[in-house]
Every structure is written in C-alpha cells, then in structure tokens.
Design a protein around this ligand. Sequence first.
Ligand SMILES: NC(=O)c1ccc[n+]([C@@H]2O[C@H](COP(=O)([O-])OP(=O)(O)OC[C@H]3O[C@@H](n4cnc5c(N)ncnc54)[C@H](O)[C@@H]3O)[C@@H](O)[C@H]2O)c1
Ligand SMILES: [Zn+2]
Length: 370
Amino acid sequence: MDIVSQNFAKDLQSQIQEKFDCIFLLLDSNTEKYCLPKILQNAPYLADCQQIIISDGEENKTLQTIEQIWNFLSTNGATRQSLLLNIGGGMVCDLGGFAAATFKRGINFINIPTTLLAAVDAATGGKTGFNFLGLKNEIGVFAQPQAVIINTSLFSTLNSRNLYSGFAEMLKYGYINSENLLNETFKFINTNAVLLSHCGLDQQSQKYKNEIAGQACNDRDRTFVNLIRKNLEIKQYFLEIDHFDKKERKALNFGHTFGHSFEAFSHQTDCPILHGEAVAWGMVCELFLSHILLNFNKIEVVKLYSFVKENYPKPAFCCNDLEQIYELMQHDKKNSANRINFTLLSEIGSVKINQTATKEQIFECLEFLC
Ligand SMILES: NC(=O)c1ccc[n+]([C@@H]2O[C@H](COP(=O)([O-])OP(=O)(O)OC[C@H]3O[C@@H](n4cnc5c(N)ncnc54)[C@H](O)[C@@H]3O)[C@@H](O)[C@H]2O)c1
Ligand SMILES: [Zn+2]
C-alpha cells in the first residue's frame, strides 16, 4: 500500500497501531540528521524506539551493513512481531527491506522514503537487496513493505544532485507512459527545480508545519504530489500485471541497462554517480538505440541529450573503458541466454521490451559519451 500522505502522523499511526511488540528505526547518517527530527515532531510516539544508524552512501550498500542490521535486531530483542521502519532513500529502503525480509524468516517493514528517487521508485515494488562483487543489487529478494508513506516535505533538504536524480526516474515514467506526462514533468522540473532544492525548511519551519499537516501550500506542491501519484499509479499497474519482472514490468527498466553499467562502473572510480544520474544518461543511450533499431524520433533523442548534458554529470569513462562497461552490461538481471536485453521505445509511450542489439550498436551508443 503506497500512501502519498496528506497527514503524516495519522497515516503512520494507522499503520503501526498496537500490533507490534517493538519498533526499530533504520536511518543513515543523513536521514538521522535531516529527517528524524521532523518525523519525531509529528510522531513523538517513535521517540522511544531503538535506532539503527548505518553509514550513508552506495558504497555501504553491502552485506556488512546487512549484518550490522541483523546484529542489532538480534541483540536488541527483535522478534517475529517486531517492525522495522526504514527512514531513508533507496539505499536504506533496499537494505532495510532485505534485512527485514530475511530476519527470522521475515518481519514486517514500512518504508518512509526521504528522497524523491525512493518515493517514485525504490521504496515501492518490493525489490530489496544489496550490491555484491561490484555488481548492483546482485543479491536480493522480492519482499513487500507493509506500507510506503510518502511526504514530500522530507525532500526539501535534498541537494540539487539528489533532486535531479529523482527527476530522472520521473522522466522515465513520462517516456514509457505518454507525451502528455513527459511534457508535464519537463515543465515542472524546468520551473521548480531551483525552488525545491534546499529550500531550507529549518528557516521556514512554519511552512514545514503547514505542509506536514497536509495543507498543500501552493500549486507547486499540488503539482508535485500529483506527478508523484501518477508515477506510482504507473508503477502499480505494472506490478499488478507482472510482479516478478518477467514481462510487462520490464517497461520500468527503460534507461537501466546502460544506466546500471554506468553506475557500477562509476563506483570503481573516484567519481561515483548517483542512481538517477546514471539512469538519465542510460535513457539518452537507450533513446539513441531506439532510434537506431526502432526508428524512434531523433529530435526527441537530441532534446533529452541537451537536458541531461545541462543538468547531470557525465559518467566518467573514456573509449578505453567500453569493454568494461559492456562486460558490466552482460551481468544485468534482465538478460537471458547470453543476450543483453533492453527496454526501448518506438515512440514516447510505446514500449518494446526484450530488445537486443549487437555489440557494435551498443558501442555506437556509448561512443558519443566518451
Ligand atoms: N528497489 C528498487 O526498486 C530500486 C529502484 C531504484 C533505485 N534503487 C536503489 O536506490 C538507491 C538510490 O536511492 P537514492 O537516490 O534515494 O540514494 P540514497 O539512499 O543513497 O540517498 C542519497 C543521499 O541522500 C541522503 N539523503 C536521503 N534523504 C535525505 C534528505 N531528506 N535530506 C538530505 N539528505 C538525504 C542519503 O543519506 C544519501 O547520502 C540505489 O542503491 C538504487 O540501486 C532501488
Ligand atoms: Zn531506477
């Protein structure tokens, strides 16, 4: 159940009630600092819960961190009737979901996404896991959170890079859904990105209180919430028809075959990029591949390329690294029988899953990034 919350305290309380013997809060170092105070202000009954604080950053999305969570739960009295409340971005939700799904064969967990990316993507859908041997989300399980409670006011402390990382996933929904949604999303980003990033809630505490009490402050907030709702409806549609990602749900992987390889490659360098940043460049490459293979409109490829070039750091690789990127793409979970599978578009909103390409075509897409 996903709730784009208009009344955070009430929505959370209705999910918790009294059925759990113990509630554990999972946070990373940033969400402890920026989000926990806001959450406790609205849900003071969580103040006595035990807190598990993990180090932030994708480099900590590891088995060691999972062990840290299991260890804490095990030595601090967690039982099958306990609840894990994951308060964080995609990293916390993925790790917390996995730790909860496997601890004592599974305890309940609720995700409270604190990044835009987690709200529109990572926190919902039931994919949990961690990185292994340098490969993204190599180990994981499908496990549904009891609920996902989203409150956009938590995003106001995000820096611009993390905000744009979330915008990339929102644009993905536009590309796979319709020209209408895509244009609305571009319009929203172009008019509001500066206002949304770091709008400094500490200095605007009254505004924050209003928002968290559910009074949509202005048109901007309403449009933002509506776009997030629309994104989640699209995700929900695919989850219902193909929960385990065998067929239709692969539409949601648009931009991710190239994207995951860029992300994994960047984590082996001194310039790691964020998930959404990798997906933004992944979408550019996959639109270009769509143009080569499915005659997708070149003007739209150029439009996205210009936007992404303007707003996202380029994955730092050179032409000598292409074999390594290609090698990483061969590990993608969407592949089957030695072929690299892509989700491509013949037009905006017309998704073609299980598309494949030759190594030369893949290199052609990569070469214009080096
Ligand atoms: N399970 C899925 O379906 C799915 C889908 C997409 C992405 N993911 C995963 O999600 C992860 C990326 O998620 P993410 O972009 O949220 O990254 P993240 O969780 O690493 O968060 C990004 C950074 O922002 C900080 N942060 C979080 N909330 C904040 C706030 N409100 N204010 C200030 N700082 C804040 C974090 O501490 C971190 O440093 C990747 O590991 C990716 O693989 C999973
Ligand atoms: Zn993604």
